[in-house]
Design a protein around this ligand. Structure first.
Ligand code: ZN
Length: 69
């Protein structure tokens, strides 16, 4: 299991203290390294290594949520 999938599993059971918010397609989390205060990431609930592995509908929804947060 990759590090991102492990982090997502931790969010699902309430053990990731860097989780900020859950959206429809992913989770907003604080970055492990805070080189810039408040640095956040948006992790998709369905982790893949490249955008083209997602179905078009999921990719569109994820990217629209990513642009909003
Ligand atoms: Zn993964």
């Amino acid at each position: 299991m990759c590090l991102i999938c492990k982090r997502i599993d931790m969010i699902k059971v309430g053990e990731n203290h860097y989780a900020v918010s859950e959206l429809e397609t992913g989770y907003v989390v604080l970055g492990d390294q805070q080189r810039f205060s408040g640095y956040t990431l948006f992790l998709c609930k369905h982790h893949v290594t490249d955008l083209h592995f997602w179905k078009k509908k999921l990719r569109g929804k994820y990217l629209s949520e990513w642009l909003m947060f």
